[in-house]
Structure formats: structure tokens, C-alpha cells
Ligand binder design. Structure first.
Ligand code: COA
Ligand code: AMP
Length: 623
């Protein structure tokens, strides 16, 4: 059955389509209700089903005789080490760590926050949470203590799991002081912290801290706890327009079904295949495609601690593909641009046997045609863009390689994936004709695996996603559909930016800059960056009488953003300007500023004053 047939069936008969897809998952109680619309526009999938996600990802493969197959290859060029866990070993480690959690009083529904580097223990801990029905919330290590504190206060974890350090190519990042700092800023206090001591740095332990290995040595393995399909598996915080991060909720049942379907039909990966998502467990790509999806389908997943270049060199990715026989690689376009910069002709690829690689999947930011062409030429395999977001957890638009490989078109992530009724609307909510730009929305219900709501914030979900166009989910991206039904995603329509595939809120960065005593007001926009896709540029208006040299101010602002948001914000450019263009009601014209910076929009100032301000800052906007 081809793409068109499956796509149409998914929309005309969602219960039949997803009911069939649900047979790929082991249920304790099979669902009889597929799409539950009783609380529409909040939808639930498989609402009377009961299962355990960890059982589906680990136990069932061992029971089916795949215990000796590698489940996880840990590859860490930054520590010069590697380790493989078979499914049987993974089961052993996960069930023992589930015992650790149980000993600490963690039960179904309790939250557990993880702040972990890219080590197997991070995957083991996530699966152990799933095993006992606890809700994990992984926080990316590149965020500052302040951001970690905000997430701790929202998720209110019973236990926090962390490590003594993470390893960046240029430094060892001490995690424990960052966690202590976050806890001193947070209102919520967990019962316990469990710290993985790594040989590169020893962490000082406090009263509530427990040594990871000591607890593991004492623990007794525990089995899987049944949970409702609609119970939360995890919360993953992501950036929104405002400063407060949004807790994206993922359920158990819809998630397992959707990820299993996507592995087979989008990525063409099945039992025994080796699959590598070169992302971080702190991002949604890491949750879905390092941890859950490959394990749910019985594939072998790689967890990679390092960067694509530098440690040891720009051949790092090709070496891993050759050493482990990787069939599918998934990363962000930025990683490919970083490799290209070091190895413009792809000469290092020829030095490695990459013949196992059947496709390169790219997501997380727009795939520019130049990078697409280069990767296609040097790798000689299909380069497959796929568009999605933390909220959806799996692709909205992709080229379904397993279902029916369709022609690839540069600049487009191809076609809407079954389950997603994608439309492009104008400002009045009317559908626009082909090749016309508008807001990309998805007609409700969203398919299984997508967010049912925000953590403890139904109203925020309704206001932020479902109210702009009633009956539709607003993606926050703009774009168009061409005559062949291919989607083109052009960028965010809000104040979210994407730096090296990392999603950031300009509002959060602005709030950090505003704490500087010399700053009267500021605006941050994302500007084009040849390597990272976008980078933040701050426009700062000084308080009258502020006595600070622009260069010194710039240094201080960069340091403030690093301290309050984190190194991941990659803030480097600070421009002092005489004023910021505003609407009559005083709102900064960020959209106009973004438009000028992108060269896509003529200034539409609201007053004569704004014309002057825009003329003054335009050279800085256009770089
Ligand atoms: N813990 C602590 N610090 C971190 C971190 C982590 N987990 N991740 C990143 N940082 C730091 C970096 O060390 C860097 O700090 P610096 O300013 O002191 O050098 C800063 O945050 C910015 O990081 P990054 O934007 O990643 O830049 P980079 O120059 O270190 O690396 C790339 C650039 C392109 C190699 C890297 O961004 C990359 O591999 N990107 C792929 C993107 C990706 O995986 N996206 C996920 C979605 S698929
Ligand atoms: P995140 O939630 O971190 O995955 O970021 C999601 C956002 O990244 C989307 O809303 C898009 O703006 C952008 N994005 C992700 N993948 C793509 C893609 N393939 N093409 C264009 N933009 C993308």
C-alpha cells in the first residue's frame, strides 16, 4: 500500500488506521477506544489501553530471544571509550535502576528530573522511570542553573538524577555545582539526588546526595508497572514565546504506537538494524530516536558523546558508521555544515567504509539547499529532511522511506506524514492556494504520540496552540505547499529561534539581558549564521548616563546570558543602538526587525520616530 492510500486512510479512518498500528505494541489490556474525543479539543489516544513502555522497549525483545543482540552502543570519543549493552544486559541494568528508584520512594506518577551527559546511564534511568510508571523530565546540560531551577519548580520532582560532569571538547563541565546552584534558586526541593561519579571529575556530595553506583550495588531488580495509555511518560520543556518554558507532556500508549509506526514507515528501520540519532537525550530527537523508537522496534541504537568535528576529527561520524554498520543516521543540518567546513570535498568519507548507510535524515532546523546538495553528493545516499517539533514528538512532514520512497525535492521535507492533516492558512484562517505562504497548522485531532496538553497547564495549551485558528493546532512555523503537495517550511512566525538545531526563546535571552544595570531595554532576534543556521543578535538601548564602553558592555552581556540562560544560547553579538522601533502601544517591532535582517520584509514603522530608529539600526540588522 503506497503513501497516498495510507495518508488518506489515516485521515478518513483514523480509528482503523491507528487501531491497526497499535498491534505493533504489546498491551497488558488492548485498547478498544482508539481516538477519544470526549474532552475535545483535548484528544486522548487508546484511552482504555494499559501497557508499559519499558516492557515494549526492553523486556519483550529479551522474551522473544533477542537478548544477545546489542541494544545500545555507547561511543564516546571525548572520553576515548566505548561500551555495548545487549538487550539482556540493558534489561538487567534498567530493572536494577528501577529498584533504586523504588528504594527512594519513587512510584507511578512521581516526577524524576534528569540532568545528565550522554552516557548509557541516562538511557537506563529514563527507561527505569518508564518501568516504574514515573514521569521523567530530562533537562539539556547546556542550560544554566536558572533554567534548570525553573524546570525543577514546574515538574516538582521527587528525585533528581545527575552526574559529576559532562564533557565538551574544550572543557569538563561540572554538573554538580550547577545542580546545587539550581536547587538553591528553586522553591521545590526533591527528596534525594543521585549522582553518577565520573572519573574525569569527582563531585562533592551533600546531605541529600546519593552515590549512583552505591545505590545500584544495593538495589534489587523490579518488574514493570502497568500504566494507562494516557498516563504521562515524560515531560520535556521547550522554549516558547514567553520566558516560562512549556512542559510538553508525552503519553505512554500513543507515543509507543506512533514511534513504532515511524521507525518502520518513515525511517525504514526494523529489528536488528543499527540506527544512530546524533543528538542529545536532552532534546526531543534524543528522547524519540536515541531512546524509545529504536528500542521499541528492537533495533540497535547508538548513544554518542561528542561532536561531529574536533574530537578527534571531521571523520568522527564516518568512523562510527563504518565501525558499527550504521544503516540510518539522523542529525541536524548544522552538524553536516560543521563537517563540510573541515572537509569541504568529503575526502574523509572515502577513507571509511560507509556502505552500510542507506539514508541520512536531517531535522531540527531548515535544511538549506546547499547543505542538502553537498551531503547528497559526498555521501551518495538519499538525504531526507523531516520537519517536526518537541510538541509532536515525531515527524509531521517527511519522505516515508519505509512506506514508499517519494522523489526528494531540495528545500522541502516532502509530504505530510499519515495522521497529520496539514493546512496552510492566511491571517483570517482561510486556506491559501498552492505556492502561497501562510501559517502552517494541523487540523485536529493530532495523531497519537503528539502532546495531549502542557504539564498542569491545559488552559495554556488551549491559548497557546489551539485558539489562533479554532479546530487547528498552530505549529508556529510559516511556509507553503507546492503543486505536488510538498511542504516548504520557511521559519518561525513567533519569537522562537533555532541556533545549531537548538530551540531557544528570544524572550528568555532578553529577560537575562534586562538584568544588566546599564540596559534600559533590548530586543533579541535570530540572524542568519552560516554554520549554526541562526544566531542570536541583541540590540541594546543604554540607560541615560550609563557609563560603559560598548566593548565592555558586550562582554558583560554575553557573560550574563551565559550565566542565566546557558552556553547553549551561544550569544556573541551585542549591538548598542539609540532606540528600538515600537508600535504605538509600545511593543517592540521584532517582526519588522527580523524581516529586515532576513531581507524579506520592507520596514513598516508605525511612527516617524520609528522610521528614524529603523534607519539607524538597519545596518546592524543586516549585519
Ligand atoms: N553541556 C554543557 N555545555 C554545552 C552542552 C552540554 N550538553 N552542549 C553545548 N554546550 C555548550 C558548548 O560547549 C558551547 O560552549 P562554548 O561557547 O564554551 O564553546 C555552547 O554550549 C554552544 O554549543 P553549540 O551550539 O553546540 O556549539 P559548538 O560550537 O560547541 O558545536 C556543532 C557546534 C555544530 C558541532 C554542534 O552544535 C552540533 O553538533 N550540533 C548538532 C545539533 C544537534 O544535535 N541538534 C539536536 C537536534 S537534532
Ligand atoms: P524543536 O521543538 O526543538 O524540535 O524545534 C522545532 C522547530 O524547529 C520547528 O518548529 C521548526 O521551526 C524547526 N524545524 C525543525 N525541523 C525542521 C525542518 N526539517 N525544516 C525546517 N524547520 C525545522
Amino acid at each position: 500500500m503506497g503513501y497516498k492510500h495510507e495518508y488518506e486512510r489515516s485521515l478518513s479512518d483514523p480509528n482503523g488506521f491507528w487501531g491497526d498500528a497499535a498491534t505493533a505494541v504489546e498491551w497488558t489490556t488492548e485498547p478498544t477506544v482508539i481516538c477519544d474525543d470526549s474532552a475535545a479539543p483535548l484528544f486522548r489516544w487508546f484511552s482504555d489501553g494499559v501497557l508499559n513502555t519499558c516492557y515494549n522497549a526492553v523486556d519483550r525483545h529479551v522474551e522473544a530471544g533477542r537478548g544477545d543482540q546489542p541494544a545500545l552502543h555507547y561511543v564516546s570519543p571525548v572520553t576515548d571509550s566505548a561500551r555495548t549493552l545487549t538487550y539482556a544486559q540493558l534489561l538487567d541494568e534498567v530493572s536494577t535502576f528501577a529498584g533504586v528508584l523504588t528504594d527512594l520512594g519513587v512510584a507511578a506518577g512521581d516526577r524524576v528530573v534528569l540532568s545528565m551527559p550522554m552516557v548509557p546511564e541516562a538511557v537506563i534511568a529514563m527507561l527505569a522511570c518508564a518501568r516504574v510508571g514515573a514521569v521523567h523530565s530530562v533537562v539539556f546540560g547546556g542550560f544554566a542553573a536558572h533554567e534548570l531551577a525553573a524546570r525543577i519548580d514546574d515538574a516538582e520532582p521527587k528525585v533528581i538524577l545527575s552526574a559529576s560532569c559532562g564533557i565538551e571538547p574544550n572543557r569538563v563541565v561540572a554538573y554538580k555545582p550547577l545542580l546545587d546552584d539550581a536547587l538553591s534558586q528553586a522553591t521545590h526541593s526533591p527528596d534525594a539526588c543521585v549522582i553518577l561519579q565520573r572519573p574525569q571529575l569527582h563531585a562533592e556530595m551533600g546531605d541529600k546526595d546519593h552515590d549512583w553506583q552505591e545505590l545500584v550495588a544495593r538495589a534489587v531488580p523490579v518488574g514493570c508497572t502497568d500504566v494507562a495509555a494516557t498516563d504521562p511518560l515524560y515531560i520535556l520543556y521547550t522554549s516558547g514565546t514567553t520566558g516560562k518554558p512549556k512542559g510538553i507532556v508525552r503519553d505512554n500508549g500513543g507515543h509507543a504506537v506512533a514511534l513504532a509506526w515511524s521507525m518502520a514507515n518513515v525511517y525504514d528501520i526494523g529489528p536488528g538494524d543499527t540506527w544512530w540519532a546524533a543528538s542529545d537525550v536532552g532534546w526531543v530527537v534524543g528522547h524519540s530516536y536515541i531512546v524509545y523508537a529504536p528500542l521499541i522496534v528492537g533495533a540497535t541504537s547508538i548513544i554518542y558523546e561528542g561532536k561531529p568535528v574536533g574530537t578527534p576529527d571531521a571523520a568522527a561520524f564516518w568512523r562510527v558508521i563504518a565501525d558499527y554498520g550504521v544503516k540510518g543516521l539522523f542529525t541536524a543540518p548544522t552538524a553536516i555544515r560543521a563537517i563540510r567546513k573541515e572537509d569541504p570535498e568529503g575526502a574523509l568519507i572515502a577513507e571509511h567504509d560507509t556502505s552500510s548507510l542507506k539514508a541520512l535524515f536531517l531535522a531540527g532546523e531548515r535544511l538549506d539547499p546547499d547543505t542538502y546538495q553537498w551531503a547528497t553528493r559526498v555521501l551518495g545516499v538519499p538525504v531526507v529532511d523531516n520537519w517536526w517539533q518537541t510538541e509532536t514528538g515525531w515527524p509531521i512532514a517527511a519522505n516515508p522511506r519505509g512506506l514508499e520512497p517519494l522523489p526528494l525535492k531540495e528545500g522541502s521535507p516532502s509530504v505530510p506524514v499519515p495522521g497529520y492533516d496539514v493546512r496552510v492558512l492566511d491571517g483570517q484562517g482561510q486556506e491559501v492556494p498552492a505556492n502561497t505562504e501562510g501559517s502552517i497548522v494541523i487540523r485536529l485531532p493530532l495523531p497519537p504520540g503528539t502532546l495531549p496538553t502542557l504539564w498542569h497547564a491545559d488552559q495554556r495549551y488551549l491559548d497557546g496552540y489551539l485558539s489562533a485558528f479554532p479546530g487547528y493546532y498552530t505549529t508556529g512555523d510559516g511556509g507553503y505547499v507546492d503543486d505536488d503537495g510538498y511542504l516548504y517550511v520557511l521559519g518561525r512566525t513567533d519569537d522562537v529561534i533555532n541556533v545549531a538545531g537548538h530551540r531557544l526563546s528570544t524572550g528568555v535571552i532578553e529577560a537575562a539581558i534586562a538584568t544588566h544595570p546599564a540596559v534600559a531595554e533590548c530586543a533579541v532576534i535570530g540572524v542568519h549564521d552560516a554554520m549554526k543556521g541562526q544566531s542570536p543578535r541583541a540590540f541594546v538601548v543604554l540607560k541615560s548616563g550609563a557609563d560603559v564602553e560598548p566593548e565592555e558592555l558586550s562582554k558583560q552581556v554575553v557573560a550574563t546570558v551565559r550565566q542565566l540562560v546557558g552556553p547553549v544560547a551561544a550569544m556573541k553579538e551585542v549591538v548598542v543602538v539609540p532606540g528600538l522601533p515600537k508600535t504605538r502601544s509600545g511593543k517592540i517591532l521584532r517582526k519588522t526587525m527580523r524581516g529586515i535582517a532576513d531581507g524579506r520584509e520592507e520596514p513598516v514603522p508605525s511612527t516617524i520616530e520609528d522610521v528614524r530608529v529603523l534607519e539607524d539600526i538597519t545596518p546592524f540588522l543586516t549585519g
